[in-house]
Write a protein that binds this ligand. Structure first.
Ligand code: GDP
Length: 591
């Protein structure tokens, strides 16, 4: 924001407590607390009129500007404050999703090589979480994320920043589980969908069949009268990528994506990590206003003065407009992935807001422990549930958060409690192994290294380290580990019935008897319930089956023969008893 002393927040008519909290970068709880101090009792969805909101703004040394309300149907107005009539167009924010190996990375790489100025793309070596292309003189922002779960995590943190989701489907493989997930995600995030039918250069590629497949999953191609644009491409060879980008621009034109620039800057933390010599290095996506170096920003419980700001290529950038991803330094501590940030007027205000957020977080934690329902739930969990202990290591904070949030989303129907022993950024260390020792704790690495000496140490100490580069594989593994903790399910299947016609020998642990199979069959190794009248008097195992004194594999309904039974407890058999044969299996349960 250009104004240096007082920051301005624009309020169109009225604003909800939730919206105001977001605009201020405060948590809802702390804003409600602040309102309470001013004698205003408010709830999260309550609308505050301009004058009421101003009381709080004055407190925080922020200027409120009353705006004439303008009807906009853009995304921004749904989840952040309303747009003013001064709002300007902004680039679309695009995410690429789809099944593993269908070509997401290749598509992003090819686009990056093709559409950024020659020589610049080559310089990008470190993990970037977002970048911008220029096409037809316009900008498009691409988000590169560890997986759909990352989006789910961002969504959980209360913001929806994707405008368009490109769903990549390989034409030689069709719709797969993660394709379906991607569709569901895009729909629930209210993002526009464009399908890229990839790998059309492959021999087995079948575009019409892939389209049919997609229409089975609710995406009707435009060619067939539906509303979903589907572009056949080859991410590898670069075929039709211009068409794909045309469609992205067209979609964003239809959506009329806009943002206000004449407001304090705001946006979302999309990545953060510590770097030697630089301190916190944080990737932000600006969603409103213009972020500049030297400005004070608050994100969650931390704040800072923007010391350096680089674009996604690592080049210094003076000013970042909406939809621009930038990397900044200057935060006092690492903010969390998914936190919203907002610019404030000075350090004092920044510190105060960060503190308020920290207090609110603490209060929220403290009260979570004391409600009786929670207590009850925790007790139940302790009684019936098994605990799955994990340590999570990731290459950057964003991946750690995604992994943690995604693990928490695995539905264990309350039977398994996820216990995150520790999390951290960087390679698996001796300390991780030390912490995992003896506690049946699994160490998950995501995009990190496991140094050989650490792997050896873990093997020696019987600690399991599992390292993944694909988040779904990690989640599948974790699910499998949790399933192993579930008690097995016992499955019994009825096999047949015999009427006892004679008892030939009874010993302490065995009986030999003869009878007629009334229904089904009997085979060695089956189990039988001994029924006397309506009562079951015990369970026995069939050791062998005979017909006319010869051992046979089975006796079928209608046949008579002898059986040797193994007893686990003392039991006598009488003529007229019935043996009900069955098998019993232990089956591992699925989540
Ligand atoms: P991701 O898991 O979705 O990110 O998939 P990748 O981009 O890693 O691609 C998986 C494999 O498919 C790689 O071996 C790519 O080279 C290959 N691939 C991706 N796009 C194409 C394409 O358009 N044509 C062909 N023939 N192969 C492709």
């Amino acid at each position: 924001m250009a104004d240096t002393d007082t920051k301005v927040i624009q309020i169109a008519g009225s604003i909800t407590v939730d919206e105001l909290a977001k605009a201020l970068g405060l948590s809802v709880t702390s804003l409600i607390g602040e309102l309470f101090k001013e004698g205003i009792v408010a709830t999260i969805n309550q609308r505050l009129d301009f004058d009421t909101a101003s009381i709080i703004l004055d407190e925080l040394n922020i200027k409120g500007v009353k705006l004439e309300k303008k009807n906009t149907a853009t995304k921004t107005s749904e989840h952040r404050h309303e747009l003013s009539d001064k709002a300007v167009g902004r680039p679309p924010v695009v995410a690429v999703m789809g099944h593993v190996d269908h070509g997401k990375t290749t598509l992003l790489d090819t686009l990056l090589k093709k559409k950024t100025v020659e020589g610049e793309a080559g310089g990008i070596t470190q993990h970037i979480s977002a970048y911008q292309l220029e096409y037809e003189g316009r900008k498009i922002t691409f988000l590169d994320t560890p997986g759909h779960e990352a989006f789910a995590a961002i969504r959980q943190h209360g913001a929806m920043l994707t405008d368009i989701v490109i769903i990549v489907v390989a034409a030689d493989d069709g719709v797969k589980p993660q394709t379906v997930e991607a569709i569901k995600f895009a729909q629930s995030a209210n993002a526009k969908i464009i399908v890229a039918i990839n790998k059309i250069d492959r021999e087995g590629a079948d575009v019409p069949r892939t389209m049919a497949d997609l229409s089975q999953h609710g995406l009707q191609p435009e060619e067939w009268g539906g509303d979903i644009t589907m572009v056949p491409i080859s991410a590898k060879r670069g075929d039709n990528l211009d068409k794909l980008l045309d469609m992205v621009l067209l979609t964003s034109d239809i959506e009329e994506l806009k943002a206000d620039v004449d407001i304090p800057s705001e946006g979302l933390v999309i990545e953060s990590h510590m770097e030697m010599g630089k301190g916190s290095v944080v990737n932000l996506l600006v969603t409103g206003g213009e972020l500049k170096t030297g400005e004070f920003i608050v994100a969650g419980t931390t704040y800072g003065k923007v010391r350096t700001m680089l674009d996604f290529r690592g080049k210094p950038k003076g000013k970042a407009t909406p939809s621009t991803p930038v990397t900044v330094t200057g935060f006092k501590e690492l903010p969390n992935f998914g936190d919203s940030f907002v610019e404030v007027s000075d350090e004092k205000t920044a510190r105060k807001m960060a503190l308020l957020n920290a207090q609110a977080a603490q209060n929220a934690n403290a009260s979570a422990n004391v409600t009786s329902t929670d207590l009850l739930r925790m007790m139940n969990v302790a009684d019936n549930s098994k605990v799955f202990n994990v340590i999570i290591k990731g290459d950057v904070l964003g991946s750690v958060t995604s992994v943690v949030d995604s693990l928490k989303m695995i539905d264990t129907k309350g039977e398994i409690t996820l216990n995150i022993v520790a999390t951290g950024v960087g390679d698996v260390t001796e300390n991780d192994v030390y912490m995992a020792e003896g506690g049946e704790t699994v160490i998950y690495g995501f995009n990190v290294n496991v140094p050989t000496n650490i792997a050896k140490m873990a093997a020696r100490d019987n600690v399991s380290i599992k390292n993944y580069r694909v988040i779904y594989e990690l989640l599948d593994d974790a699910k499998g580990e949790m399933e192993n903790l579930l008690p097995s399910e016992i499955i019994e299947e009825d096999k047949g019935e015999m009427k006892v016609l004679g008892v030939f020998r009874t010993e302490r642990t065995s009986i030999i008897a003869g009878g007629e199979v009334l229904k089904g069959e009997v085979k060695p190794k089956m189990l039988a319930r001994v029924m006397r009248g309506k009562e079951s008097i015990g369970e026995v195992e069939i050791e062998s089956v005979q017909k006319e004194k010869l051992a046979v594999d089975s006796l079928m309904a209608g046949e008579t023969g002898g059986i040797a039974l193994k007893l686990s407890k003392r039991l006598t058999l009488e003529i007229g008893d019935r043996l009900k044969f069955f098998t019993r299996e232990m089956k591992k349960r699925k989540l």
